[in-house]
Design a protein around this ligand. Structure first.
Ligand SMILES: Nc1ncnc2c1ncn2[C@@H]1O[C@H](COP(=O)(O)OP(=O)(O)O)[C@@H](O)[C@H]1O
Ligand SMILES: [Mg+2]
Length: 159
């Protein structure tokens, strides 16, 4: 199943991230797919907002992984934000501790997940963003399995 939503502005994309953040919980992995400048980081920032992450969420372009402490319904949860654009070989995923993020107490958002396809858990949500510049973006939520289908049912418009 997939849901398509159009986002006219960066703010709307961030809002969609916040909406999705409201249905995430520890152990979730979200793969953010899209070209440079599509809006993956903007979307991730919205998820951070839903988790009441303090301080700015900046792009982990150079450090590959940023980790924040967030909250879901009063319970602390790690929010792990990765940008693997600069990863040269999938094996490097082990060195930088990618799998350490796939834990019950962490929600993991991954920009450029393609390179570590083999390391990704099967159970994940795919968010695909297309469009660039000041054009509106098309954001597709691809649910794998019934569980995700159920959870993204409401992701059909920017509220
Ligand atoms: N509808 C939109 N959604 C997301 N970003 C948008 C949109 N319209 C314009 N932008 C701009 O596109 C850029 C997206 O940047 P960013 O989120 O860092 O992309 P990515 O992480 O995918 O490389 C920002 O400069 C943002 O202001
Ligand atoms: Mg980015």
């Amino acid at each position: 199943m997939e849901n398509k939503v159009t986002s006219a502005t960066a703010e709307q994309t961030q809002k969609l991230g916040k909406q999705l953040g409201g249905c995430l919980r520890g152990g979730d992995v979200v793969a953010l797919i899209g070209d440079l400048g599509a809006g993956k980081t903007a979307f991730a920032q919205g998820v951070g907002e839903a988790f009441c992450v303090k301080g700015p969420m900046t792009s982990p372009t150079f450090t590959l992984i940023h980790e924040y402490l967030g909250q879901i319904e009063g319970t602390e949860v790690r929010l792990v934000h990765m940008d693997l654009y600069r990863l040269q070989h999938p094996e490097e995923a082990e060195v930088i501790g990618v799998e350490d993020a796939f834990q019950e107490n962490a929600v993991c958002l991954i920009e450029w997940p393609e390179i570590i396809e083999d390391y990704l858990p099967d159970d994940r949500l795919i968010v695909e963003i297309s469009g660039s510049g000041e054009q509106p973006r098309e954001i597709i939520f691809r649910a794998k399995g019934f569980e995700w289908e159920h959870r993204i049912k409401g992701m059909t418009e920017v509220i």
